[in-house]
Every structure is written in structure tokens, then in C-alpha cells.
Design a protein around this ligand. Structure first.
Ligand SMILES: Cc1ncc(COP(=O)(O)O)c(C=O)c1O
Length: 382
């Protein structure tokens, strides 16, 4: 009765269906292995926690944080972007702290679009993108991400009369684990500038990369008409702390600050201090965490290939995106798999129509658990 049209337009989530299947598996006494949620199981760096602990004893952190209070985190974010990607931003006008990238994206869409504007959205994609688009009342045009194109969108196929307000990209990608080159971002930014489109790049997996591969930033294509969303949830295992930052086009960042000013007061100052400290840690701290996910990737991939499942080798992210031979209904398969084996994965369809036929594994368990989970899934009929 009280739901607005806006609230009712937010799509429901397949994840609640999976949650119910998980409960039924537990009810049957099965040992549940949950690989359905990309929440890091690793410990944040201890010095980051020390920073937060100290802040909780500092009464100066107890009040509402104002914009001026966010300066140390904005400076740390700008210094990180300069060190890591060679991009120079004005920390006063081109950087803004977020309560996570997801919050930032939903408010950014509200800040830079009007209802009925067109959003170009990859299919498959991180499911909350659909909800954020619905809240902002946007007309969504999807861009298929296909395995034969390395899960990169083909912008040349967007009809010339489509003038999107925003193009949303995310590499390293959830759910496909695909990566994009600096050259790809340069081309995408040029395409956007030509059409009067804002390029929004969601970049929470920036440091979760394997081997010698290092992910580029879309900001390397220039700040004008580009906004990038960063998060400490994956890179520093701080998902529960809810902190990230937006960086890029000063006009878009100012619009975001204006909308957020009506809604929140920035993250708690202690969390801002912890995040600023985390962003200044030596790169090697992040590399250690990434190597753990890399080892898990190797274990899972070899077990999946033994089953005859097709999966490209991810060079980044915390997922494996596997095409299951003969699979036509990934939701039914994932529910059955959870109920019969206790192994919970995400059905590809939850990420969009183009995800059908796939399942997504989050690499949030040790290698031996992943191997065991894959073996159990091999016994579930498609
Ligand atoms: C693509 C993508 N964007 C954003 C998020 C959420 O980031 P945050 O925790 O900073 O809100 C996730 C989490 O899984 C994600 O996969």
C-alpha cells in the first residue's frame, strides 16, 4: 500500500531465492558451502583496524563529519590515484568519499540524470545496477557482453540515434571477471564525449589482479566526462565498513555532493581515517591478498575443467564465470545444487539475460573447499 511506483520498480533479487534454498539445505543437515556472495573472507590489514580503534577513542570523531573533515581521505585518494595510475586530480573538486561504491553509484545516477534519460548498461552486470537505474527512473538500453568479445561491449553497435546520458562500465568485471585495457577506456571515453554521455566506471576490483597484470583506470582517458567509483570493500577487505570514493569530472562530482548532502553526512570520521591509512599502504599489502584469490582461482578452474565446464582464466576479480554444458535454466540449477549438495553458487541469469547458461563462483573459500564444491556440482544434473 505504501510502496511508491519508484520502490515497486526496483527488481526483486534472485539472491533471496538462493537464501531460501540455502536454509532448506541446512534443514536437511547438509554442510553448506556458500560461494554465492563476493564478500571477502580475508582479514583487513591490522594497522587499518588499529587506526579505527584509536579513532573511536578520539572525541573529535564523534560529531557529524562535514565536507572539510573529509580532506584527509580526499587527499589520500588523490595520492593513491596519482601513485597507482599516474592521474592527477584536484582533491577539493574531483574527489568525494562514499559510503561504498554501491551507494555512490545510486546517488550519482540521481545526480546526473533526469527520469526517462537513457542508461547504457552491460548485460550481464552487477544486479544492483538495475535497481539504481529503476530508482532514478532511467530507460535502460543493454549492451551484451559476449565471451567471444572477451566480455567487452561493442559500442559501434549502439545506433547513432541513441544518445545515452550515462554509459556504465566495470572492469575487472563482476560477474565475468573480464578485464579491459587502457586503450579500451580511451576509446570508450572518446565515444562518450562525442555523444554527450558521461562515462561511469565502477572499479571496486582495481587491486584484485593476478600475476603481473595491473588494472588500468578509466581516468587515464582524462577527467572530463569520466567518473570512477573506488571501494575499499574488496581491495582492503573492508566490505562491512562501507567506504569508497568517487573521482573524476568536477561537474559530476559536484552534482553528486549536492545530492548526497541531502541524504547523508559522509562516512564516520574513524572509518575515513582508517580508509586514508589503507590507501597509503605499500602496494605489496594488496598483492598478498590478491595472491590468495589467485591460488583459489587455479584450484577451482582445474576442478571445473575436469567436469568439462568452460571457463576463461580470470586475470582479476574474485569470481569464476563458468559456462555449464547444456544449461538452460541457471536459477533452477543453482537452487537444485544448493538443496542437493549444499554448494551455493549464483545463477548466471541473476546478472541479466546474457548470463543464462552460466554460474558464478565467488572465490571466498580455501582451495580444497573449492575443489570439493566443484566435484559435488558435477553430480547435479542440468
Ligand atoms: C561491481 C561492483 N560494484 C560495487 C560493489 C559494492 O561495492 P561497495 O561495497 O563499495 O558498495 C560490488 C560488490 O560486490 C561489485 O561487485
Amino acid at each position: 500500500m505504501w510502496a511508491s511506483q519508484r520502490a515497486s520498480s526496483v527488481p526483486g533479487s534472485v539472491f533471496s531465492l538462493m537464501d531460501a534454498a540455502k536454509m532448506r539445505a541446512r534443514g536437511r543437515g547438509l554442510n553448506v558451502t556458500d560461494l554465492s556472495i563476493g564478500s571477502s573472507d580475508q582479514h583487513p590489514p591490522l594497522s587499518v583496524l588499529d587506526e579505527l580503534r584509536a579513532a573511536t577513542h578520539d572525541p573529535a570523531t564523534y560529531r557529524y563529519p562535514l565536507f572539510s573533515d573529509t580532506q584527509p581521505l580526499r587527499d589520500a585518494a588523490a595520492a593513491y590515484l596519482a601513485r597507482r595510475f599516474g592521474v592527477r586530480l584536484n582533491a577539493d573538486t574531483e574527489v568525494l568519499p562514499l559510503i561504498g561504491a554501491q551507494e555512490g553509484l545510486a546517488h550519482l545516477l540521481l545526480a546526473v540524470t533526469d527520469p526517462g534519460d537513457t542508461l547504457l548498461l552491460p548485460d550481464p552486470c552487477y544486479p544492483p545496477y538495475w535497481g539504481a537505474a529503476a530508482v532514478a527512473g532511467l530507460n535502460v538500453v543493454t549492451l551484451p557482453l559476449l565471451p567471444e568479445r572477451g566480455f567487452l561491449p561493442d559500442l559501434s553497435r549502439v545506433p547513432a540515434n541513441v544518445r545515452p546520458r550515462v554509459l556504465l562500465l566495470n572492469y575487472p568485471n563482476n560477474p565475468t571477471s573480464a578485464i579491459a585495457s587502457a586503450e579500451f577506456f580511451r576509446e570508450a571515453a572518446a565515444w562518450c564525449r562525442e555523444r554527450g554521455t558521461l562515462l561511469v566506471h565502477d572499479h571496486p576490483y582495481a587491486e584484485l589482479t593476478f600475476g603481473d597484470y595491473r588494472a588500468p583506470s578509466a581516468l587515464e582517458a582524462g577527467m572530463e566526462g569520466v567518473v570512477e567509483l573506488h571501494s575499499l570493500s574488496k581491495t582492503h577487505h573492508l566490505g562491512g565498513f562501507r567506504v569508497g570514493f568517487a573521482a573524476g569530472d568536477a561537474g559530476a562530482v559536484a552534482a553528486l555532493a549536492r545530492v548526497k548532502g541531502a541524504i547523508d553526512f559522509h562516512p564516520y570520521l574513524g572509518i575515513q581515517r582508517a580508509a586514508a591509512h589503507a590507501l597509503g599502504l605499500p602496494d605489496e599489502v594488496g598483492r598478498v591478498g590478491a595472491r590468495i584469490f589467485e591460488e583459489r582461482r587455479d584450484a577451482l578452474l582445474s576442478a571445473l575443467r575436469d567436469l568439462g565446464w568452460e571457463v576463461q582464466t580470470p586475470q582479476a576479480s574474485m569470481y569464476a564465470w563458468a559456462q555449464v554444458p547444456g544449461l538452460r535454466d541457471s536459477v533452477a540449477f543453482a537452487v537444485r545444487a544448493a538443496e542437493e549438495t549444499g554448494v551455493v553458487v549464483s545463477p548466471g541469469q541473476a546478472f541479466g539475460e546474457r548470463g543464462e547458461g552460466f554460474v558464478r563462483f565467488a572465490l571466498v573459500q580455501p582451495p580444497e573447499v573449492l575443489r570439493g564444491a566443484a566435484a559435488k556440482l558435477g553430480e547435479v544434473g542440468v
